[in-house]
Design a protein around this ligand. Sequence first.
Ligand code: CA
Length: 270
Amino acid sequence: MKVKRGLRVLLPILGACTIFVGTAMASNSVGLFVNGKALSTEETTIESGKVIAPVRDLAEAMGGHVTWDKETHLANIQTGITKNMVEDWIRKQGNEKRDYYFDDLSFEEMNVDGDAEPEVLVRIDGGVHLGDFFIFDKQSNGSYKLIFEQPWHVESWNIENFRADGMNPLFNIVTRTGGTDSDVRESHLMYMNDSGVWTEAWKGTLKDRSVFQGKYHVAMGSYQFNDDNGELIYWQTEMDASLEDNKQEGDSKTTMKIFNLQQGKFIEKK
Ligand SMILES: [Ca+2]
């Protein structure tokens, strides 16, 4: 759907943009500036004391997105990111040559790297163990580029408190995988490295329950950062449980591992 360039609608002044309008001497043409930047439109005029400018040029200069419905003759200006926009990015840039399950798509703007612009984290919940995860990065021309995609069912994401010198924020992305007789939750500690690659610094099991020899085998794990020395401590408890009522059978076993950050990855300390 292309907006007819000649469409002219009086536009209310939106948001925090500064619009400067000035009439050039000895001419009907009007100079139009948004946030101090001149708009290269020759279609802006002044009529009966009102400045009339092309909606698309003006709205896009203010970071908006314009659609035109020729049936209803409605021009819609959308500022900010919508679910429809995100779906459109995925259709055009997604790696998978299949239909994505857009019904359960959600997204959040979060800053994952060093620049001021937030990136867009997107997850599609396709069922208990199915899903997709994407990160889109805003380009200088205002478009969004896919920079990471995995067929992950993501249950949650959050920024960790841990921060090494010069390192971009570390995110904890919790995924869920499995199938018949298997259910696994994992924590992926991810960050944007200096080359702009979304990188896994560590991965660990939070819960792994599978059926083995007529019982559930359950492993539960958790981690903490030691702020004093930058170590990541991970504990895991393993036990067996009854298929009937999930009650523990036999003893449990707990182990601990210590990891150090080395060249952008948490490596187990031996
Ligand atoms: Ca950013």
